[in-house]
Ligand binder design. Structure first.
Ligand SMILES: [Zn+2]
Ligand SMILES: [Zn+2]
Length: 78
């Protein structure tokens, strides 16, 4: 089974997911195009075109911890 995924800088580069971060370190097309991309702060495998970066961050960021709204409320039945 072929589980390789395409490099965002050149779809002809098919890379195994566990090698992708290393590929981006040495990819020649990245060197040429990296000014057009941002790297996701949540996943170093996510290299995102700048126009899509904000939307990507919104989708990718981990859910914030729910604030417990009942915190500090006295239980009237206690
Ligand atoms: Zn590449
Ligand atoms: Zn991401």
């Amino acid at each position: 089974m072929d589980d390789r995924i395409p490099c965002v800088y050149n779809a002809n580069h098919l890379i195994k997911p566990e090698k992708l971060v290393w590929h981006y370190v040495k990819c020649d097309d990245r060197r040429r195009l990296q000014h057009l991309f941002e790297v996701c702060p949540y996943n170093s495998m996510h290299h995102v075109p700048k126009p899509e970066y904000d939307a990507h961050i919104q989708r990718c960021k981990p859910p914030t911890t729910q604030i417990n709204l009942n915190f500090g409320v006295d239980d009237p039945w206690g």
